[in-house]
Design a protein around this ligand. Structure first.
Ligand SMILES: [Zn+2]
Length: 132
């Protein structure tokens, strides 16, 4: 997880230097940014919807919210789609030797055969549990 976070934080700086092998990894960071932007757009739409409704209520006019509700639905669909894609990424681990993506829980890299040090994470958890 730490590596992922580092990449997201440094996505802007690394975008130009990142290798082809890490393209998918970079996609993950891009997806995160896109998701945040879409969520922010959705908030703005909700705000606009509130304003339209408020003003219509005050003036007694009919609030034409059809268009904005349609765009809210589109944004919500997009958010679900992006979250699904991000969840997909989370189910993969990156091989430190060759940068290939492997399903979480794999013992060896499908690409280069390097073994994954899955045990170290479990050891950490045990250590934390003992420390408490
Ligand atoms: Zn590998």
């Amino acid at each position: 997880m730490g590596i992922m976070d580092d990449v997201i934080t440094g996505a802007k700086q690394t975008a130009t230097t990142i290798g082809k092998k890490s393209a998918e990894f970079y996609d993950f960071a891009k997806l995160k940014v896109l998701l945040a932007e879409t969520k922010s757009n959705l908030s703005k739409k909700y705000e606009a919807l509130g304003k339209i409704t408020y003003e219509a209520e005050k003036s007694g006019a009919f609030a034409d919210t059809t268009e904005i509700i349609v765009s809210i639905d589109i944004l919500k669909e997009k958010i679900t789609e992006l979250e699904d894609k991000l969840a997909e990424h989370k189910n993969f681990i990156r091989c430190e030797s060759c940068d290939a993506y492997n399903t979480i829980g794999s013992k060896f890299c499908n690409d280069c055969g390097a073994s994954f040090n899955i045990a170290s994470k479990e050891d950490d958890d045990d250590f934390n549990a003992d420390a408490q």
